[in-house]
Design a binder for this molecule. Structure first.
Ligand SMILES: Nc1ncnc2c1ncn2[C@@H]1O[C@H](COP(=O)(O)OP(=O)(O)OP(=O)(O)O)[C@@H](O)[C@H]1O
Length: 310
């Protein structure tokens, strides 16, 4: 549904995106993850037909972004990272404006607006001025406007940024709903945990290069050789820490004195994890709890960008 082939973008002498290859199948929710300045918005703006590629290109819904931009625009609902609303416009007028722009006939516009307002839980704000809406409501309104022409693809640039935790959960629930409706969704974020439980696949981008890309289960499988252990000791912390630090497979150790908690990252298998516990006990380090922490997307990102997983 979305494909980038050797896509690259330079701004003058600066290369924002080097050479990006990406394939997103129909019905997927793809999380485009990377720190500030990684090149997410640049790639997204290209797919939304707002930028020209310096190298390579791409397709959306089978249409070439460069050669067939009108069909791409009809296929895509695009939500930019910085969106504006027009002064003196009411909520329904804002949506009507976009419905007209997408060529939806007058006879259908009222029903379309009613439907998207309902879906986004904004019906009660129908006659309010957009400028008087809270940030969360404006964000929902912007998402509503991406849906007026019922596109099969949604490209959303940080749709939950700046929202409070409750509004974020609402956006997530809504995205899941849209996916159930059959939409293919590309969503960018630098807040990784935000995406963990709703994406089917992810791509991790840094400095214009895709470091990892694949179904979320596969990404987790690839990083399984990196184990994160959380160990609580009763006493003998110095001995415990030095045993852990001297493990050849140990990459990182952190000690939180207030909670007596050691968190360590090991590049090992089940045997290695078990033998570390044996070593601690054999050296009279009393262990209160010993648990493996499932990696979060945050951990995945750190491992990938540290070059520990490829
Ligand atoms: N119009 C432009 N002119 C010059 N440089 C630009 C332009 N747009 C983006 N850049 C640069 O390209 C790089 C990638 O920017 P981009 O906005 O694509 O990153 P991003 O991953 O979306 O970041 P963020 O999470 O902060 O939105 C950055 O170094 C940025 O400064």
């Amino acid at each position: 549904m979305i494909e980038l082939i050797d896509f690259g973008k330079d701004y003058g002498a600066f290369t924002a995106v080097e050479c990006l290859n990406l394939k997103i199948e129909a019905g997927e929710m793809f999380g485009f993850i990377g720190p500030n300045g990684a090149g997410k918005s640049t790639s997204i703006r290209y797919l939304a037909t707002l930028l020209k590629a310096t190298r390579g290109g791409g397709t959306v819904n089978g249409y070439s972004v460069a050669k067939d931009p009108m069909n791409v625009r009809h296929s895509v609902g695009y939500m930019p990272d910085n969106f504006g609303v027009y002064d003196g416009m009411k909520v329904w007028e804002f949506l009507d404006f976009f419905a007209v722009a997408y060529g939806i006939p007058r006879s259908r516009r009222k029903a379309v607006i009613t439907d998207v307002l309902e879906l986004l839980d904004l019906t009660y704000k129908r006659n309010d001025f957009v400028n008087g809406l809270s940030r969360g409501m404006k964000q929902r309104l912007c998402l509503a406007k991406t849906l007026v022409h019922d596109p099969p693809v949604l490209i959303l640039d940080e749709p939950a940024s700046g929202l409070d935790p409750r509004a974020r959960l609402e956006v997530k629930a809504l995205l899941k709903e849209l996916r159930k409706m059959g939409k293919t969704i590309l969503i960018s974020s630098h807040i990784l945990t935000e995406l963990a439980d709703c994406c089917t696949s992810v791509g991790i981008i840094e400095r214009g290069q895709l470091l990892m890309h694949g179904p979320i289960d596969e990404v987790y499988r690839r990083i399984r050789k990196n184990r994160i252990l959380q160990i609580k000791l009763v006493d003998n912390f110095d001995v415990g820490l030095s045993i852990i630090r001297s493990e050849p497979s140990c990459i990182d150790v952190d000690f939180e004195a207030s909670r007596n908690l050691i968190t360590c990252e090991l590049q090992t298998d089940d045997d290695g994890v078990a033998s570390l516990l044996e070593k601690l006990l054999a050296n009279r380090v009393r262990v209160r709890s010993y648990a493996e922490k499932d990696p979060t997307l945050e951990d995945v990102f750190m491992m990938v960008t540290k070059g520990l997983v490829t």
